[in-house]
Design a protein around this ligand. Structure first.
Ligand code: HEC
Ligand code: HEC
Length: 282
């Protein structure tokens, strides 16, 4: 064997061995559970940078195909401002508007978006808003915002860096006026705030025993999966499936069936109503 080939062969083998040892070491750290997943301790900077970098590359790649429409008409930005106030302020805050308690207690903390348009192209903002970010708490809005509204939010994010508290308040003031009803479909027969119900339900940990559509959890079946509830005639095998009955069950299963295995979790009337609104949504 020539000297050159020998060197080459040694180099390749060394690299392969190093890669193997690296993978094995990573696997051992992973399996041993050495890394502290607790939210009370910050990520190691290296891990944080790795996750953050991975997220950035993933978004950039996935957003490549998105075609950006014209952005920035006054009507579009105003629409975006309203949506932003309604959907995003609770976690990200806005000019002169603090995030809600729920947003502030999240880990990772959903930061302010005032500089987001400096770090992301419009199509990337669109993609993030539409698809969310796994394992971070950033929800996907695909089901709740149509394309035009998602672009409106993006148009607003582009305008955001120039806005002070007063400008933001003025832009979103119409929301405080009585809601216009023209063009809004008639209220559904089901009462309650389904969107809030979905959020609140996770806080009562319903998904620890049931698979709940739209809520991430393990595939447990302590209770039956709660999908398709709107199409069921009876619940718990005997109760006519009305919203009132569902609320009664959620609030106090034992009042309906003393032997019910589902615990009474002290769900308030309002929370039970919103949860039932979500579960009964078609
Ligand atoms: C339930 C809380 C929550 C809501 C509501 C929410 N977000 Fe997020 N958002 C997050 C979290 C958490 C992150 C990730 C923060 C991190 O990893 O640093 C995030 C990240 C983002 C990012 C990337 C930010 C960056 O600096 O790179 C954008 C853009 C974003 N959100 C837009 C929106 C928009 C637009 C809305 C409203 C339609 C919205 N978010 C509503 C929690 C939320
Ligand atoms: C500790 C486990 C547990 C938790 C937590 C739990 N459930 Fe249940 N759930 C059950 C079991 C078990 C049943 C089956 C009924 C029985 O006990 O006979 C049930 C039944 C139900 C039913 C009737 C389903 C059907 O197919 O007829 C509904 C609706 C329901 N649960 C909703 C909820 C909601 C909403 C929450 C959160 C507020 C929740 N459950 C939390 C265990 C649980």
């Amino acid at each position: 064997m020539s000297r050159k080939r020998l060197i080459l062969k040694t180099a390749v083998l060394t690299l392969l061995a190093a890669a193997g040892i690296g993978a094995a070491a990573g696997y051992i750290v992973f399996r041993a559970g050495w890394y502290d997943i607790g939210a009370s301790k910050q990520h190691l900077q290296a891990v944080y940078s790795l996750l953050e970098g991975g997220m950035r590359h993933s978004v950039k790649r996935h957003a490549k195909e998105v075609a950006t429409p014209p952005l920035g008409s006054e009507a579009q930005v105003l629409r975006g401002a309203l949506l932003y106030r309604e959907l995003c302020v609770q976690c990200h805050g806005g000019p002169g508007a603090a995030p809600g308690a729920h947003g502030m207690s999240m880990q990772p903390v959903p930061g302010p978006l005032v500089d987001a348009s400096g770090r992301w192209k419009p199509r990337e903002l669109y993609w993030i808003t539409r698809h969310g970010i796994k394992m971070s708490g950033m929800p996907a809005w695909e089901a709740r915002l149509d394309e035009a509204d998602t672009w409106a939010v993006v148009a607003f994010l582009l305008r955001l860096p120039g806005l002070d508290a007063n400008a933001f308040r003025t832009m979103t003031a119409v929301q405080d006026a009585p809601r216009q009803t023209a063009g809004i479909p008639a209220a559904p027969a089901i009462a309650g705030d389904a969107r809030r119900g979905k959020r609140i339900l996770a806080q009562y940990a319903c998904q620890s025993c049931h698979r709940v559509p739209g809520v991430t959890g393990s595939e447990v079946d302590v209770g039956r999966p709660l999908d398709g509830l709107a199409n069921r005639r009876v619940i718990v095998g005997m109760l006519p499936n009305t919203q009132a009955n569902l609320i009664r069950w959620i609030r106090n299963p034992q009042a309906i069936d003393p032997d019910a295995a589902m615990p009474n979790m002290g769900v308030s009337e309002r929370d039970a109503q919103d949860i039932s609104a979500y579960l009964l949504k078609r």
